[in-house]
Write a new protein. Structure first.
Lengths: 197, 201
């Protein structure tokens, strides 16, 4: 009798565990859809700024991202962790704010009127955090087959160094982090944007 | 005396109290089991509904992303400009036939037989024929499209272009599976933006 009860209990436990893990995975999937699209949006903003710089024609392709200052004489930025600033209303064209240094300072909010997700601080915060890390893609001016991403740096090595001194593109890494039932989840996607069409 | 002795003899069986206790325990167990079973059924429905909403959300986001990336945005002729936020996205298709993606009216016959449901409709022939791209019981509660800049950057006016920003589309969607039971209703809201890959200048 006890053995029978044990087997029945074991079977029920397995079924219940399966159902609950299925529900948890579904919730995780839903969060993943939101996070993936937030990360993709950040990369699209990088692409849009590069393309807009091309249209403006008077500035480098990465102006407002890896370089700043005067358009005629841009200088490399000091900090290459940024968040997109955009809210769909008062700030129609996205630009980047280098103030946040890590994900904890890069909360995603819900904009009040239209309900857009945005890194611009508004009243309603979400569980999501989003940060972009930019790094230059550098080329050896003597051999265009040699390229390297200057991870952790905001600029290619200065002229005079033997290799990888020419800035030809930028790598953008979009990190999204969120909490679900006190468990932290992360998602990272990359995009490479070159100064050619 | 003999009769008294007989009346004190205990016959085999259960007393009424024992029977009542057994019936109560059995009924309670059945009640608990049936409630648990119903909860699992509801959970199972909720999971299935969630899968439908997620599938629709993935499909719609990818569909519109691809369209907006590789098809030019249909801007109005200047000085006209696009509205701040709309529930319609119009893209310039081939042969002057626009691709239009819009939110239907509630209860539109194209959305299926669920009353009050709004779905997403697509037309590849400038609005002559429409087809739904969301499931029958999925209600699209929010479909906001924001296109920036509001005027085309590819048209010369005098010696200058109207603006110098590459077109950029933001898409915010909220979908809800319309289940008969509130506890089986599932909602999902997601947003993405797309920078146009159409380079005219």
């Amino acid at each position: 009798m006890l053995i029978v009860l044990f087997i029945i209990a074991l079977g029920l436990f397995a079924v219940v565990s399966l159902i609950f893990s299925n529900v948890a995975l579904q919730e995780q999937d839903a969060d993943q859809i939101v996070a993936t699209n937030l990360a993709r949006e950040a990369l699209e903003m990088v692409q849009n700024m590069r393309d807009t710089n091309w249209l403006l024609g008077d500035r480098p392709f990465d102006y407002g991202m890896l370089v700043e200052g005067a358009v005629s004489a841009p200088t490399p930025v000091v900090d290459c962790t940024v968040v997109p600033v955009w809210d769909g209303g008062a700030i129609p064209a996205p630009f980047f704010d280098a103030t946040p240094n890590d994900l904890s300072q890069a909360r995603v909010y819900k904009q009040g009127v239209e309900g857009y997700f945005t890194n611009t601080v508004t009243a309603t915060s979400t569980e999501y955090q989003r940060l972009l890390t930019l790094a230059p893609i550098c080329e050896d001016p003597n051999n265009s087959a040699n390229k390297a991403v200057a991870e952790g740096a905001c600029a290619c090595p200065p002229a005079g160094f033997p290799t990888y001194t020419k800035r030809i593109g930028l790598r953008a890494k979009a990190d999204v982090r969120w909490l679900r039932k006190n468990r932290q989840r992360n998602l990272t996607i990359y995009g490479d944007f070159y100064d050619w069409r | 005396m003999t009769g008294d002795k007989k009346s004190k003899t205990r016959l085999p069986g259960f007393s009424i109290i024992e029977m009542l206790v057994v019936v109560a325990v059995f009924s309670f167990s059945i009640l608990i089991l049936s409630q648990t079973y119903l909860s699992f059924i509801r959970l199972s429905h909720r999971t299935a509904n969630s899968a439908v909403v997620q599938q629709d959300m993935r499909f719609v986001l990818e569909y519109i992303t691809r369209m907006a990336r590789h098809t030019a945005i249909a801007y109005p002729v200047p000085p006209g400009s696009l509205e701040a936020a709309t529930s319609t996205l119009t893209l310039s298709g081939k042969d002057q036939l626009d691709w239009i993606i819009k939110l239907s009216e509630a209860g539109d016959a194209l959305c299926g037989d669920s009353s009050g449901v709004k779905c997403l409709l697509v037309s590849g022939d400038a609005g002559v024929n429409w087809a739904p791209i969301t499931s029958k019981k999925v209600n699209v509660e929010k479909f906001q499209i924001l296109v920036r800049p509001s005027q085309t950057p590819f048209m010369l006016q005098g010696n200058a272009y109207l603006n110098n920003q590459q077109p950029y589309v933001t898409l915010l969607i909220k979908m809800t599976y319309m289940a008969p039971n509130d506890r089986e209703t599932v909602s999902l809201e997601a947003q993405t933006s797309i920078s146009s890959r159409v380079y005219v200048r």
